[in-house]
Design a protein around this ligand. Structure first.
Ligand code: RNT
Ligand code: ZN
Length: 415
């Protein structure tokens, strides 16, 4: 008997069908964030990430400098990740042909190269307006700015971004999720916490005035507790966006790093699922703060995956990744984070859910606890390896050899 066959038998003994779990996992796309590929720099100019309450650190060599390089790097990562996935772009990743294109003027024509690439690779594309790294965001406010002209500029940016995503959806035949995150906030205690929120709400209403078919485009709104330089007050708090999403039938985006340090997002999923039709996740790893470390297979991640599987939410929750670490090889970062996400999902799909639910409804909490503990040491490794093998991607640490080779032959040449 092979190692996989004996592992499979151990799961079968508990009534779990490993192949069924594989099929289910294969139907779940994960949206890889373009911004891990170049530390959220984008191609608008060469300034890199500025302002905006988020921070990237590290200068690992070989960062993508052009859209072609970024696509080449993403291709390299996709070869190491089992399954068919998606790619999430930010507006600043436009191809402007050397011309300055203002944010309120971006359009589908600036993303043709991305659409062609996605089509050729069978990928869906998601999108993000970029409300940071811009002079009009430098004083900490965008859609909630006091100055009507600045608000108008950013409203137009949002409108343009929805059009870009609509085009993605049409061309790629899969709806593009557009995630609205605005850093807006105050460093120190404000007197008026209400007015900026009122302005933010009105601006969003304007952006969403045009109906776009959900077959092509879906809007999500992302809350945050605080950002660097915005410690005292963030306009788009959890209550703000939970309320906005419910009232306006938008997707609620939960970022794992956007809550209090010990507050996970897993327990929020069941509640939110009762009040919004769909959600977007920004799977991230906060270390002491919203540090956007590479996602690893830890308890937080396992809890998220378990909630998605146990509550049958995989069809209503779009899984996006949000981390950016410039201190390690960026292709490895994508690979580690995405493989961890998939591992967590597979692990959750291998639970004998009916048995566990029965224990609970019978009040047999002893058995529930006992079985949950035993599940942790089942031979999961060989099952995961098999899934990689079936998907023609490297098993175990073999993927790292591929990354090292790519580093030598491609990244080191970038100077
Ligand atoms: C920032 C938000 C946001 C960004 C991306 C780049 O705190 O998490 O999602 O990370 O838009
Ligand atoms: Zn996020």
């Amino acid at each position: 008997m092979s190692i996989f066959d004996s592992a499979k038998q151990r799961y079968a003994d508990l009534g779990v069908n490993v192949e069924k779990a594989f099929d289910k996992l294969a139907s779940v796309p994960v949206s890889l964030q373009c911004w891990q590929g170049d530390d959220v720099g984008g191609f608008e100019n060469t300034a890199g990430l500025t302002g905006g309450g988020i921070l990237s650190t590290g200068n690992y060599p070989g960062k993508a400098r052009t859209p072609d390089e970024l696509r080449q790097d993403a291709d390299a990562a996709f070869k190491l990740i089992p399954g068919k996935h998606r790619f999430s772009l930010h507006a600043i990743y436009l191809e402007n042909g050397g011309k300055k294109v203002e944010r309120n003027e971006v359009g589908p024509e600036h993303f043709k190269g991305w659409i062609d690439w996605a089509k050729a690779n069978g990928l869906g594309l998601d999108f993000n307006p970029t409300y940071f790294s811009h002079p009009f965001a430098a004083d900490g406010f965008t859609l909630s700015h006091q100055d009507k002209k600045i608000r108008k500029f950013w409203i137009q940016h949002g409108i343009q971004c929805r059009k870009i995503a609509e085009e993605f959806g049409k061309k790629l035949r899969t709806p593009s999720v557009v995630n609205f995150w605005m850093p807006d906030g105050f460093k120190d205690n404000p007197i008026d916490r209400l007015a900026p929120r009122k302005r933010m709400k009105d601006s969003l209403d304007e952006i969403f005035t045009e109906e776009i078919s959900p077959r092509y485009e879906l809007d999500a709104v992302e809350s945050k507790l605080f950002g660097i330089g915005y410690e005292a007050y963030t306009v788009g708090s959890h209550e703000f966006f939970m309320g906005y999403a419910v009232q306006n039938n938008k997707l609620l985006c939960l970022d794992a790093g956007h809550f209090h340090p010990t507050e996970g997002i897993a327990d929020k999923l069941s509640s939110a699922s009762l009040f919004v039709k769909e959600l977007l996740l920004h799977v991230s790893r906060p270390v002491r703060w919203d540090s956007d470390h590479v996602v690893i297979w830890n308890d937080d991640l396992r809890n998220i995956a378990e909630e998605l599987v146990r509550n049958d939410l995989l069809k209503r929750v779009h899984i996006g990744l949000d981390f950016f670490d410039g201190t390690v090889n960026r292709i490895a970062a994508w690979t580690i984070g995405t493989r961890a996400m998939l591992k967590a999902l597979l692990f959750a799909l291998l639970e004998p859910l009916d048995v566990l639910k029965k224990y609970e409804s019978d009040g047999d909490y002893t058995s529930r606890l006992a079985l949950l503990e035993e599940l942790k040491s089942l031979p999961f490794g060989p099952v995961w390896d098999r899934y990689c093998e079936l998907n023609n991607v490297p098993v175990g640490t073999q993927w790292l050899n591929a990354v090292k080779k790519y580093e030598q032959t491609v990244l080191e040449k970038r100077g």
